[in-house]
Design a protein. Structure first.
Length: 417
């Protein structure tokens, strides 16, 4: 176990590490690792392959990738699924790795004798199947395999699974500060998802991963009030007559051999007890001038895409900035401007730091959706926010949700094959 979603599969000459997030905060300082990583950047010297599941920074984190020593990188092969934009692949190619292999979906690749993998995209994410002579493993990490139909599609490709590895906690905004019930409902949906995966894949071992984090900014600290803890997950898995495997960072398990989960869980419980508002990061306000400049650049980008311009023109958004005690309105027609309006009449509440980030970066709204550093006001305002997530994501990815929706619409009306 390395940390969070990162594990090392070791077999013969292969040492394959998954999603190495070693240190640092991600999602605009919104997430931090629950436990301290024991694995160091020098330890990459024994790694032969790195597999990244998707572009989110808790899985693919460029500041950490840069810290791998150059002389070590030249001996490591990177594995990533084929995408239209090739952003991750091109980045890794420039980093001086030995090789970057783009994996075709559903295709089996033999990395060495008696060690093969299959990697297939699933939404914005992807899953990894590992097969050796002794065991088969399925790492679903953040893939939302939450219906029998979705799970069945994967099961038909991979067949029998010995070890199932999957996410067990919520990983984006659920509810406002006073809506803990929405976060509790999200946790229950995770249990339902785990149950469906267990019922279909029928693994003999279940290893919880990809949820060993906490919400570490003063603006999103409220999100910790219902996080799913590993002791609860261990009990849930045990009740399924399946062996749970809980590993703490640095621990090693030879599959099939016994492991004392209680010791690992005890260490994690100490980490949970250290989650505190005093340990959070603080807001750094942005000036209205800087936000306005970034808003103008975003408007210029929107205007270059006629479809996006037409669609988003109907959805201006009003935002209250508590750190500046200002209310602003963003629209394609007039950019960002300060307005005089009551707080209860806005759509969103976020600090100037967050709004500036949303306006400045193509992934800004998407990141904010994950880090939960905002509040909604009306019942429809989350939909409005998610609309901005989809539209701006179309600038960040060739295969964004928005572009897939537009292409689907065009196909329906006969304008595109």
């Amino acid at each position: 176990m390395v940390n969070h979603a990162s594990v090392i599969f070791s077999k013969g000459e292969v040492n394959l590490i998954t999603d190495p997030w070693i240190e640092g905060s991600v999602f605009q300082e919104g997430w931090s690792l629950l436990a301290t990583t024991k694995f160091t950047f020098e330890d990459f010297s024994r790694i032969t392959h790195i597999w990244f599941s998707h572009e989110h920074p808790d899985h693919f984190f460029p500041p950490n990738i840069k810290k791998i020593p150059a002389e070590i990188k030249k001996n490591i092969t990177v594995l990533y699924h084929k995408t239209n934009d090739r952003k991750v692949v091109e980045y890794c190619e420039k980093q001086g790795f030995k090789e970057v292999i783009e994996l075709e979906p559903n295709k089996e690749y033999e990395l060495a004798k008696d060690f093969s993998i299959i990697n297939t995209p699933f939404g914005h994410d992807s899953w990894l199947y590992v097969k050796t002579e002794e065991f088969t493993y399925l790492n679903t990490n953040d893939c939302v395999l939450n219906t029998p139909e979705k799970i069945s599609r994967v099961s038909k490709i991979v067949g029998q699974i010995d070890v199932l590895m999957t996410q067990f906690g919520y990983a984006c905004k659920y509810g406002n500060i006073d809506e803990k019930d929405q976060r509790e409902a999200a946790v229950q949906r995770k249990y339902n998802q785990m149950q469906l995966q267990i019922d279909t894949f029928k693994p003999s071992i279940f290893m919880p991963i990809a949820s060993f984090v906490w919400f570490s900014h003063e603006e999103n600290f409220y999100m910790n009030d219902a996080i799913n803890t590993i002791d609860r997950v261990d009990r849930f898995i045990s009740e399924q007559n399946i062996k749970p495997l809980v590993l703490y960072p640095g621990e090693v398990n030879i599959v099939g051999e016994s492991h004392d989960n209680s010791s690992s869980i005890e260490k994690y419980m100490i980490d949970y007890s250290n989650i505190s508002i005093e340990n959070t990061r603080r807001t750094v306000s942005a000036s209205f001038e800087e936000m306005s400049e970034n808003a103008s650049k975003l408007v210029d980008k929107i205007k270059k895409d006629l479809i996006v311009r037409i669609a988003i023109s109907f959805y201006p958004v009003k935002i209250y900035l508590p750190d500046l005690n200002k209310t602003v309105k963003f629209s394609v027609g007039r950019g960002l401007r300060e307005i005089q309006d009551k707080k209860e009449n806005v759509n969103l509440i976020m600090t100037s730091e967050v709004l500036n980030y949303c306006l400045k970066f193509d992934w800004g709204f998407s990141t904010t959706n994950v880090n939960a550093r905002f509040q909604t006001v009306g019942p429809k305002d989350l939909k409005l926010f998610n609309y901005y997530v989809s539209v701006t994501d179309s600038f960040n990815h060739e295969d964004s949700t928005w572009k897939r929706m537009v292409k689907k619409l065009f196909r329906k009306i006969g304008l595109k094959k």
